[in-house]
Structure formats: structure tokens, C-alpha cells
Write a protein that binds this ligand. Structure first.
Ligand code: RNT
Ligand code: ZN
Length: 416
């Protein structure tokens, strides 16, 4: 044999199983993932100096965290250099860049994100957006859009409306829709006396936010549910039932974060039900571990199963994919690359499955064969196809962490 690459051998093996690796690789290249900006600085942002609040926590103190917009952008560039594909950057309102004076969140304007737009356009990236309803003095008592204080509630309504305008600006500037996701941390540590009141106020707040005119094609608005937060263990206003009912009632898009459910529930099992009743579905891909909902994504069973559900349902054009994790205990750029690569790996794994054949086995009740085939697929030469995906785009497949080491020495160590 002369010059037969591992990839060529793998391609033949997959062909025998009825799978076209070239088609799978071409599809994978076109899948956009919305890369969360907040892995780079432990969800700190640039608009305030207080601690991270809202029932989420980034633990660890690995050195080299990005402290300024310039540092965060440089780190995103570093991560992108180790990734393949044209993606989107997912920003939070707290990442506003104030060039001519600070304003509070209810007064944010497109100009406060101009530098991000320039950054995105220069790299052909899309931009998604999130109002930031945490890490702020008006969120410190655990209530924002559910607040009993009308001034506080109105403040956050104005904030979310300002964010719709900013997302519209992103869409216009980048020529791609800008998804805007609303998540609120509001809840209680202990047993509430009144569960209805906060949810009623949340509903009224959302109604008011969505009452402004905006272009729904440019700005798909999503609502993210959550079952608990740290210090908010007994009740969250934005529960799964609240959010699902709300998106149905208003015709907006549901967002499921797979760290936001009871530990024996799986988002992979929820996707098909959502696709039957919604035109679009948005996901935050993460990895829950015990009380934390935001560990770095691995190439694990559930990530593969989520990807499999989307691919098998031929719904890649209906599901908005975004990452959402934050680990401050390891190199933050390395964390980004690991998590993003694993989402792509899971997608490739799903694209390399003979779905038609698998479905037929199920429909014909041949469950033993189905199990056997599922298991055989696990030891197909998947790694060779994955490495080929990276290498043919000029990106290292093995030993890529050496590049992180170099960046750490040359750039991040100097941030001490
Ligand atoms: C929190 C939610 C939310 C946040 C980001 C920072 O539990 O998952 O999506 O992680 O908005
Ligand atoms: Zn999330």
C-alpha cells in the first residue's frame, strides 16, 4: 500500500456501513455554533466590578483570565485558530465597551457594542446576544423581572428592550440573524409562600418586553428555563413549565440548557417533542455535574445523543446550537477549544451514523440487531475522520494543547 491515509481506510470502512464520510464532513463544516464569550473571563463582563451573582458560579483561579475587551478578543482569536468552521460569538450585555462614558444597563445602545461588531465583521462571525439579569445591584436580592419593586422590574424591562435593539443592530451589521436569549435567575433558596406571584410578574414583564416592535426574522427571541440555581434551590420562577407555556403563548422560541433539568432527565429525549411543536429550537450545550450546570462539554454519551437526535430528525437547520460552560480551574482558552471541539465531534459522530438503517431496525422490532449496530458504530474508525476534518482545514488534531501552552507562556502569564 502506498500513501494510504488512515482517513482513506476509514472512509472505506464507513462506506461498507452505508455511510458517506465526505458528505458528513461537508455538512459539519457548515454547522454554526454560537460560541459563548463568557468562558474567557469567568462571566465577569466589563460593566461592573461586583461578584458574579444569579445562582451561577465559576470556580477555580487558574491564571491568565482576560481582564479587558482587548484581552478577551485576543483569547477568542486564539480559540478560533484551533477550531474549524464559521461560527458566531454569543455576547452578554455586561460585555458592553464604554468608549465615551459608562451607562447603566437600561440605557445600553448599539454604540456600546460597536467594537464587537467590528471584531465580528473582520472575522465573518455572526453575533448572538443576551440581556444580563445578574451581577448587578438591582439583581442582588434574587429578583429582576419578578421583582415586587416596580422600579426594579421596570429597570430590567427597559434593559431587555434595549437588548432587542442591540440584537437588531447585530443582525443588520453582520447580515445574519442575531438570537437574543432571555434567562433570569429569579428564585428562592427556601420554600416560597407564594409561587404564583413571581411567575405572574415574570409573565407581565415578558409581555411588556415583547410589546415593542422588532423584526422577528432578524432577532429570534428565546426563553431559557432552569430548575435551580446555587442559593436558589427551592424555586425558580423561570421553570420548564413556565417557559414552555410562555413560548407557546407568545410564539417565541424555547431554549433548553442541558444543565437545567433534574439529573435523570435528558435533553436528548426532549428534542423530538419540541421539534414536533416548534419551528425552531435553541440549545445551550453544557455538562452538568452534581450541583453545577456548567462544566466543559466532553465527547460523552449525552452530547452524542443530543447530536444524534438533531441529525436523525434532519433538523440541523431548525436548531440553534450554542455552548454554555465556564471553568476557571484550567486554561480558559483550552476549555473553549475542548468544549467546542467536543460539540463538533458529537455532530460528526451523529452524521456518520446510518440513520435510515437504524430506524428500520427499530420499526421492524429487530431490537437485538439495533443494539448490536449501535455498539459496532462506537468502535468504527471515527477518530481518523475527525482528525481529517481538522487537518484538511490546516488545524492540528493531536498535540494542539501545545499551542495553548505557548499562548500561556507568551501572553497569559504576563497578565498576572
Ligand atoms: C445560567 C444559564 C445562562 C448563563 C449565561 C451566562 O444557568 O445557563 O445561560 O449561563 O447566560
Ligand atoms: Zn444556559
Amino acid at each position: 500500500m502506498e500513501n494510504v491515509t488512515l482517513y482513506q481506510l476509514a472512509k472505506e470502512e464507513y462506506a461498507k456501513a452505508g455511510v458517506d464520510t465526505e458528505a458528513a464532513l461537508a455538512q459539519l463544516k457548515d454547522i454554526k455554533i454560537s460560541i459563548h464569550c463568557w468562558q474567557g473571563d469567568d462571566v465577569t463582563g466589563f460593566d461592573q466590578k461586583g461578584p458574579l451573582s444569579g445562582g451561577i458560579q465559576a470556580t477555580g483561579n487558574y491564571f491568565g483570565k482576560a481582564r479587558t475587551p482587548e484581552e478577551l478578543m485576543a483569547d477568542i482569536d486564539m480559540a478560533l485558530s484551533l477550531l474549524v468552521g464559521e461560527h458566531k460569538i454569543n455576547l452578554h450585555a455586561s460585555y458592553a465597551i464604554f468608549e465615551d462614558g459608562w451607562v447603566d444597563r437600561d440605557e445600553l445602545q448599539p454604540k456600546h457594542f460597536k467594537k464587537w461588531v467590528d471584531f465580528a465583521k473582520a472575522r465573518k462571525l455572526g453575533l448572538d446576544f443576551n440581556p444580563t439579569l445578574f451581577s448587578h445591584e438591582k439583581a442582588n436580592d434574587g429578583s429582576t423581572l419578578t421583582s415586587t419593586d416596580e422600579n426594579v422590574r421596570k429597570f430590567w424591562i427597559r434593559h431587555c428592550q434595549a437588548c432587542i435593539r442591540i440584537a437588531e443592530y447585530f443582525a443588520e451589521e453582520t447580515g445574519q440573524p442575531s438570537l437574543m436569549n432571555i434567562w433570569i435567575p429569579d428564585g428562592f433558596k427556601d420554600i416560597p409562600a407564594d409561587r404564583l406571584g413571581p411567575r405572574k410578574r415574570f409573565k407581565e414583564s415578558l409581555d411588556e418586553i415583547l410589546s415593542i416592535d422588532y423584526d422577528k426574522n432578524k432577532v429570534p427571541i428565546t426563553l431559557e428555563s432552569k430548575v435551580f440555581g446555587i442559593g436558589l434551590e427551592s424555586y425558580t420562577a423561570g421553570s420548564a413549565e413556565f417557559c414552555l407555556n410562555y413560548v407557546n403563548y407568545k410564539g417565541i422560541t424555547p431554549l433548553m440548557d442541558n444543565g437545567h433539568y433534574h439529573p435523570t432527565e435528558f435533553v436528548s429525549d426532549k428534542i423530538s417533542s419540541m421539534l414536533l411543536f416548534h419551528d425552531k429550537l435553541a440549545l445551550h450545550i453544557t455538562r452538568p455535574v452534581r450541583w453545577d450546570s456548567d462544566h466543559v462539554v466532553l465527547f460523552d454519551d449525552e452530547t452524542r445523543e443530543i447530536a444524534k437526535e438533531i441529525v436523525a430528525a434532519q433538523a440541523l437547520n431548525r436548531v440553534f446550537l450554542a455552548t454554555d460552560f465556564f471553568d476557571a480551574g484550567i486554561n480558559r482558552v483550552g476549555a473553549w477549544v475542548t468544549g467546542l471541539r467536543n460539540v463538533q465531534k458529537a455532530l460528526l459522530y451523529a452524521l456518520l451514523m446510518p440513520h435510515q438503517q437504524l430506524k428500520e431496525l427499530q420499526d421492524q422490532g429487530r431490537f437485538g440487531e439495533l443494539m448490536a449496530l449501535h455498539e459496532e458504530l462506537k468502535t468504527m474508525p471515527f477518530g481518523a475522520v475527525w482528525n481529517h476534518f481538522l487537518e484538511s482545514a490546516g488545524v492540528k488534531s493531536m498535540n494542539w494543547y501545545d499551542e495553548i501552552g505557548r499562548y500561556e507562556e507568551e501572553v497569559q502569564k504576563k497578565r498576572r
